[in-house]
Write a protein that binds this ligand. Sequence first.
Ligand code: HEM
Length: 360
Amino acid sequence: MVLLISLALAAILVFPGREFIRKRQGLCYWACCAVSAGVIACVFSGISQSLTGVAQTLLNVFLQGGLAGALFIFVMYAGAMPDRSAFRRAVMPIRGPLSIMASILTLGHNVAYGRTYFAYLFTRASSLRWNVLLAAICSLVMIAVMLPLFVTSFLRVRRRMKPRAWKRLQRLAYLFYALMYVHVLLLNTTGAREGKWTAVLNVALYSLLFLVYASLRLSRTAQKGGREGWTDWIQLACSALMIGALVAIFQLASPTAAAPEADAAYAEPAAWTDGKYKGEGVGYNGRLTVSVVIRDGAISKAVCTGSVDDEPYLTDAVEGVLGAIVEKNTTNVDAVSGATTTSDALIAAVRDALAKAVGE
Ligand code: HEM
C-alpha cells in the first residue's frame, strides 16, 4: 500500500513537477528537510500514534521510507532504460536532484526507526530476531554508502571532482540499491511468513521492481559492450528468477505454511504463589519481557517491561492480551487480530513468568 502510494506520488513529482524541480532545486531540498523534520516531530511528540485514516497513511509514506524508496527506484530505472525511452529522457535531467531529495527524505525514516532499532543493535543485539538484526546492520551500511553519493550529487561538488573519480564513486549506487532490496526483504520476512498480506505484497512488488531493474541494467551493459546476443539470455534468466521468487513468496504465505501448529492445551494450576515474576517471549521484531504480580493466588497485574515491536501493534496487543489475562485470571485468552505474533509472544512471556510462580 505504502509502496503503491509512494510510486504514484513520485510519478506526480517527476512528471508534472520536473521543470519545477530542475529550476527550483534549493526550494525542493528545503521542502524535503521540512518534511523529514515534521516526521521526526510527529514521532517524538507521539502525534503519530493519534493519527488515523488518510493522515496516518500519508505519514506512513514518509515515515516508513516509502517515498524515498520510490524516488530512488525512479533514479535507478532512468539509468537502466534504453537511451530513447521517454522515461529516461524525462528523468535523466533531474536524476541528481531526485537522489538528493530521496536522501533527505530518508532522514525522517532513519531517525524514527533508528532510535529503537539502533538502540537495540548497540545495547541488546541478542534481543532482536535474526532478520531484524541483519536489517539494522544493513541500514548502517546503507547510510554509510548513501552519504558520499548524497554529497557528490550536488553539482558544485561534482564539478570539483575528476569525471572519472566521480563515475567510479557513483558505482556505489548499485550496492546501495541492492542493500535497499535486502533491507525491505528482511523487514518483511516475519510478516510474510505469518501470511500478512501487506508484507507478502511488499515482498512481491519490490522483487518485481528490482528484478526488472536488474534485467534492464544487465541488458544495457551487454548492449554497450557489443554483446547484443546476451540480452535475450539475461531477460530469460531474470524472468525465471522472478517467477521462482514469486512462487517462493506466495508458497511462504500460503494458508498451509502460515497456519499455526495446533496449540497444545496449556494446563494452568489452580493458584500461584504470591510474588512478582518476570518472563519473556519472542515478538514480531525480537524478545519482549513482562512482569506479573500474583496476589492472593491470582494474577493481579501484568505489564510489558520491554519490547522492540512497532507501535501501534504493541499497544493493541498489550491492552488486549494483558488486560484479558488479568481480568479473566488465565493465559488462555485470544490474540488481538492484526497483532497476532506480539499477542502470542505476550501470552508466552506471561506463561514463562507463571511457571516460576508454581515452583516457589
Ligand atoms: C538510507 C537509509 C534507508 C533507506 C533508503 C530505507 C528504505 C526503506 C524502504 C524503501 C522501506 C520499505 C517501505 C515500504 O513499506 O514500501 C523501508 C522500511 C523499513 N525500514 Fe528503512 N531505510 C533506510 C534506513 C533505515 C534505518 C536506519 C532503519 C532502522 C534502523 C530502518 C528501518 C526500517 C523499518 C523498520 C522498515 C519497515 C517499516 C514498516 O513497514 O513499518 N530503515 N526502509
